[in-house]
Design a protein around this ligand. Structure first.
Ligand code: G3H
Ligand code: 13P
Ligand code: ZN
Length: 311
């Protein structure tokens, strides 16, 4: 089976009350860990590549790694550009074999976001590629938690119909309280996603696939291993998994996870070197790191996304 777009997987996910995991890939061990997990559980999959990943690993290497995963697993896999920030970057990925791109113009004013998204949609659709757009702004890693400032960055449900209609985008990322990175909420606070906003969006866009970025849960057992083995990540906190599961039962069809894979890999490697300070063969410490990614992805597929057996 060749790489697929997300069209059919989103239709099935929307109707089935589950979501597809979109996991960021940067090297071979990450691609293998993710895709082995999906194969074991017969789950559909989105592998996504950021601008930074493309700069780190090179477009051709990443494409070939993902093509190898398609051959090895036989699963429906979509290859997606994560956070494309220009028409040129989106075009380059479309021309280079991606089946899905995100144009993230969410930091621009509404009309500019529409214009740039529309431009990407026209080119992408002419080439059989689907487009994710974003409305509302996710908090960054450094953002202070301040209710009114936070409120202003949530997606406004009253804007979504016009945005989708005028851009022609195929899915929409919204801001309901998730954020990127490992420090999403202040320690001691009770993290709550604004599922009420999601519900309002769903009412205005029935049947339309919604995307959640910044959806790592930052498992504390991994933070503990990192901190006990020479790391320093105090106060790393993520999104509660039960709230993500709830969102997946609603209109959310794609859930983005990157930081949790980084944590799993880093915890494994830090622990490995604490136990084997004399080792220096990368295969020795990358094998358990790849296993840790596989275990993390299996957990997400079963307990958060609910897409096991849906390939
Ligand atoms: O949302 C961003 C993803 O986690 C990718 O991060 O730009 O460091 O590759 P990156
Ligand atoms: P996390 O940092 O929560 O893993 O989010 C990843 C993401 O949104 C990639 O686009
Ligand atoms: Zn993101």
């Amino acid at each position: 089976m060749p790489l697929v777009t997300t069209k059919e997987m989103f239709e099935k996910a929307y109707n089935g009350g589950y979501a597809i995991g979109a996991f960021n890939v940067n090297n071979m061990e990450i691609v293998q860990g993710i895709t082995e997990a999906a194969k074991e559980l017969n789950a559909p999959l989105i592998l996504q590549v950021s601008k930074g990943a493309r700069a780190y690993a090179n477009h051709t290497y990443l494409i070939k790694l993902v093509e190898a995963a398609v051959i090895e697993t036989g699963l429906p896999i979509a290859l997606h550009l994560d956070h494309g920030n220009s028409f040129e970057l989106c075009k380059s990925c479309i021309d280079g074999g991606f089946t899905s791109v995100m144009i993230d113009a969410s930091s621009k004013p509404f009309e500019e976001n529409i214009a740039l998204t529309r431009q990407v949609v026209e080119y992408a659709h002419d080439h059989g590629v689907v487009v994710e757009a974003e409305l509302g702004t996710l908090a960054g890693i450094e953002d202070e938690v301040n209710v009114s400032a936070e409120d202003s960055s949530y997606t406004r449900p009253e804007d979504v119909q016009e945005f989708v209609q005028r851009t022609g985008c195929d899915s929409l990322a919204i801001a309901i309280g998730t954020s990127h990175g490992a420090y999403k909420f202040k320690p001691g606070t009770d993290p709550k996603l604004r599922l009420d906003i999601l519900e309002e969006v769903e009412k205005r866009l029935p049947g339309f696939p919604i995307v959640l970025h910044g959806s790592s849960s930052v498992p504390q057992e991994f933070v503990k291993i990192i901190n006990e083995n020479g790391g320093n990540m105090p106060g790393a906190i993520g999104v509660p998994e039960d709230q993500l599961r709830q969102a997946a039962r609603m209109a959310v069809c794609k859930i983005n996870i990157d930081s949790d894979l980084r944590l799993a890999m880093t915890a494994s490697i830090r622990q490995y070197f604490s136990e084997h300070p004399d080792h220096f063969d990368p295969r020795q410490y990358l094998s358990p790191a790849r296993d840790a990614i596989r275990a993390m992805v299996k957990h997400k597929i079963v307990d958060v996304l609910g897409c096991d057996g849906k390939a």
